[in-house]
Design a protein around this ligand. Structure first.
Ligand code: ASP
Length: 329
């Protein structure tokens, strides 16, 4: 959000009736580095209230009259539909632009101009884009808050928030846990954001990937600066017995230039009931989804399979974020 053009967050230009003291009111959500532990507790508290509200009454007019522009330049099922549902359940409305080929983007319109257009009609813009840094760039031009819904292989902050919320809900705490991230750690933006967010806690991290898909050194350096103990492996069995949360990722086919390289690593790890027989009895098995073979469907009925609960949590966390950014929580 361009504060030069809107003034500080106490600006009289911000809509009347909004809670100006609400954390994150009028702010962009671009990367997980914006969140401190106290912010996380706040977001998760609001998310729990949203879950109760959805269970009790389904929807509630907290954001009545507000409009969200849902701008997706990359495919999405969960992120796009959960932001859509979040806005609708809070009584707001949505301008969905996922078919960018039907918008002026296909005529060559730039991201800044697209954002400057949508902010005339909407109060908040959710943006997914294939380029790292696209959300930050959009935020420099926008007067309204931008929420990063994934910028290429960069960050996916709202996913990391719902992932961390799920870890809390599944295990009861985060401090003291050993969390293993598995799969495409090079291109998987969800693990980039989640590892950074977890560095606020007293955790041990394991990174298990094929040699050609390692976790980025730049983020490992950030973990070192925060004294987060981590290990890198290519064999899951080396760390599985000590793992409290196993976070599996998809090999990101769309990021490979050479299809034979993708084919060589796509089935590097497959979680089956046999794998789980060697895991902790209370381990939480997570995945941001979509899965394309990394977790056998035979695992779905195991109580440790948390990925469907995880994706449901996305709705409550995104309801909380929208309410906060729009000054109603
Ligand atoms: N849905 C997640 C993302 O957008 C994970 C994935 O696509 O593999 O990053």
């Amino acid at each position: 959000m361009n504060h030069r053009r809107t003034g500080p967050i106490t600006s009289p230009h911000l809509p009347l009736g909004d809670r100006r003291d609400a954390p994150f009111y009028g702010r962009d959500i671009l990367e997980v580095a914006q969140f401190r532990r106290s912010d996380l507790q706040y977001v998760f508290g609001v998310a729990r209230e949203m879950r109760e509200m959805v269970a009790r009454v389904g929807s509630f007019d907290l954001l009545k009259g507000k409009i969200l522009a849902n701008l997706f330049y990359e495919p999405s099922t969960r992120t796009a539909s959960s932001f859509f549902a979040a806005m609708e359940r809070l009584g707001g409305s949505v301008i969905p632009i996922s078919e960018v080929r039907y918008s002026s983007v296909s005529k060559g319109e730039s991201l800044p101009d697209t954002v400057r257009t949508l902010e005339c009609y909407a109060d908040v813009i959710v943006l997914r884009h294939p380029e790292v840094g696209a959300a930050k760039m959009a935020a420099r031009y926008a007067r309204k808050p931008i929420i990063n819904a994934g910028d290429g292989i960069g960050e996916h902050p709202t996913q990391a928030l719902l992932d961390l919320f799920t870890i809390f809900e599944e295990t009861g705490q985060v401090d003291g846990l050993t969390i293993t991230m598995l799969g495409d750690l090079k291109y998987g933006r969800t693990v980039h954001s989640l590892a950074r967010l977890l560095s606020l806690f007293d955790v041990r991290l394991n990174f298990v990937s094929p040699d050609v898909l390692p976790f980025p050194t730049s983020i490992l350096n950030e973990l070192d600066q925060r004294d987060v103990p981590w290990e890198a492996h290519s064999d899951l069995e080396a760390v599985l017995p000590q793992t409290d949360v196993l976070y599996v990722t998809r090999v990101q086919k769309e990021r490979f230039e050479d299809p034979t390289q993708y084919a060589a690593v796509k089935d590097a790890y497959v979680i089956t009931p046999d794998t789980l027989s060697r895991a902790r009895p209370r381990m939480a098995l997570m995945h941001p989804l979509p899965r394309v073979g990394e977790i056998s469907m035979k695992v779905d009925s195991d109580p440790r399979a948390a990925y469907f609960r995880q994706m449901e949590n996305g709705l409550y966390v995104r309801m909380a974020l929208l309410a906060m950014v729009l000054g109603k929580a």
